[in-house]
Design a protein around this ligand. Structure first.
Ligand code: SAH
Length: 218
């Protein structure tokens, strides 16, 4: 994938915000340098698309801060053939990063208007290895399981049980776990002896709303 628009801005973003803060996985750095983030934000925000911040993408949702996208992606240790489940398609930016690095991405979004926009933007980049679903992602995608990696990009009170059940042996999962105000990025690996988790830093995401997430009204 090659995109020349705003390339210098992207390189600066990767050097300062991502590599500069300790993310060293070369494939992840290359993916963030390749995917044009400005195409995933509203046109009026294109000039700040490479800033060190989350941005609104409509329907009350946000595109995550680039550093957080890089940190979560690196935690998944993706290989080229991996099958990845993503919960919270949003703008589709993180989806595009995953599709660039893995074999096949299954992504679920609860808001149809966001899913449609994401599908259009990801397809426009020539990334055809993505399947989309509009549904409650806390239930996962059982027919496509097991997954080598699962990424939740919305705040959840706990790691949703169906997602853990759909994780392959040695599969990785990353999710912001906590309350509505603040979460900790939890990274888990399904080892033979069970799920082994570590905390990878504080974060703040919009809520995961669903059966195994937060209730609809809060
Ligand atoms: N990864 C996105 C950011 C997503 S913000 C990006 O790069 O732009 C979180 C998204 O999760 C929102 O779009 C929200 O609508 C969605 N979401 C919240 N609860 C969900 C659920 N139960 N299933 C699927 N998507 C959900």
């Amino acid at each position: 994938m090659r995109c020349d628009e705003r390339r210098a801005e992207r390189r600066r973003m990767v050097a300062r915000q991502i590599a500069g803060r300790g993310v060293s996985d070369r494939r992840v750095l290359a993916a963030l340098a390749a995917i044009p983030r400005h195409r995933f934000v509203p046109p009026s925000l294109a000039d700040v698309a490479y800033d060190d911040a989350p941005l609104p993408v409509g329907s009350g949702q946000t595109i995550s801060q680039p550093y957080m996208v890089a940190l979560m992606t690196a935690a998944l240790r993706l290989r080229r053939g991996d099958r990845v489940l993503e919960i919270g398609t949003g703008s589709g930016y993180q989806t595009a990063i995953l599709a660039h690095l893995a074999g096949c991405v299954f992504t679920i979004e609860r808001l149809a208007e966001l899913a449609a926009g994401a599908e259009r933007r990801v397809a426009a980049l020539g990334l055809a290895n993505v399947r989309y679903r509009v549904a409650d992602g806390t239930l996962g995608w059982p027919e496509a399981a097991p997954f080598d990696a699962v990424l939740v990009t919305a705040a959840t009170p706990d790691l949703p049980a169906p997602l853990l059940a759909q994780l392959a042996p040695l599969g990785r999962i990353a999710a912001p776990v906590g309350d509505l105000a603040l979460q900790e990025l939890i990274v888990g690996v399904r080892e033979p002896r069970g799920l082994v988790t570590r905390a990878a830093g504080g974060c703040r995401f919009v809520p995961l709303v669903g059966r195994h997430g937060f209730p609809d009204a809060f």
